[in-house]
Design a protein around this ligand. Sequence first.
Ligand code: RB5
Length: 149
Amino acid sequence: MIAIANDHSALEMKKEIMSLLDEMGLEYKDFGAYSSESCNYPVFGARAARAVASGECEFGILLCGTGLGIGLAANKIKGIRCVTCSDPLSAELGRRHNNANMLSMGARIIGPELAKCIARAFLTAQFEGGRHALRVEMLSALERGEEIE
Ligand code: RB5
């Protein structure tokens, strides 16, 4: 299950991403926003992020004007590693190296075709583990307030 959320600036892009998920045969849960009325991205980013952090959803895709605010909101939730991407390679490496569990993108930054390409790259890449697992564990240690070296 993929969590998806957006603010008012990215309603149309969400529809594009949902059609990609349909095409890929992936189920998703839409955490809003459901209209283009002005709203606050942290509310929707956090709702989707909590669903990923709890295990209800495996991954999440977040959309706002820049992808930045909603991604920052998601990264405030423990267990979330959200990468904001405007290119497919960053999204792929975010999965392969950083074990990112959420992707955010900006509807005012990139077009719908590129957004779909980035989402596909994110959703089809696998975490490589190995030396990257230690580094991702270090991120978790930072989140717990521990010192790392
Ligand atoms: C909303 O106007 C805009 O600030 C928001 O979509 C996003 O770009 C914030 O990071």
